[in-house]
Design a protein around this ligand. Sequence first.
Ligand code: NAP
Length: 199
Amino acid sequence: MKILIIGSTGTIGSAIYNTLRNEYKEVYGAHRNSDLYPVDITDKASIKNLFEKLPKLDAVINAAGTASWKPLSELKEKDYLLGIHSKLMGQVNLVHVATDYLSDNASITLTTGILAEHYEPNATSLSLVNGAIHSFVNAASNEIDRGIRLNVVAPGAIAGDFPEDQKFAGYLPVKMNEVVDVYKQVLTNNSTGTIYKKY
Ligand SMILES: NC(=O)c1ccc[n+]([C@@H]2O[C@H](COP(=O)([O-])OP(=O)(O)OC[C@H]3O[C@@H](n4cnc5c(N)ncnc54)[C@H](OP(=O)(O)O)[C@@H]3O)[C@@H](O)[C@H]2O)c1
């Protein structure tokens, strides 16, 4: 299986990348500042350029994308637009481009988070974006051709990144290896349109 991880130097992406590299022969890591495989998911041309460089892939996992952390009273339109352009449209762009390049029955996995359905102060903009991605995956997974599957993993706060004994959005942080296991499971099962909640 040939697999691409976008955001492969991040907290979640690096854990996925390092795990899968031990288990599969061809695993590619991409992110904006990569020497080998630079990509900016906010730019569709950049995503196309990346796929042009790579062999035909069987799976792509995205763990890249950001949004603003601010209280509701301070959120300006430009703050919302950061998350809409990056975490939301970045992942939507990826789905559109990837479906032209991936092999038949390939797997696309996006990343959202617990904030799609649980409240945390200063995180309204992330909640908005995560919820929109879930709705996108619910709908778009029905229309993708060639058996290509589209799923999303919604992790809680990652233990280590957040204090392990402190609740985030009402839930204790989750162990990284358990989150990585969910991404691994999606690679080889038959699911599509599923939101994998890990919290
Ligand atoms: N960490 C958590 O506890 C947690 C929990 C639940 C959900 N999440 C979600 O999981 C995702 C990843 O979080 P993280 O904490 O692992 O992030 P992170 O540590 O900030 O890493 C982000 C990764 O994505 C790359 N990246 C950022 N913007 C990009 C872009 N526009 N195009 C391509 N690559 C880009 C970064 O490398 P470059 O800077 O080189 O591009 C880096 O490799 C986010 O959507 C986050 O909301 C995180």
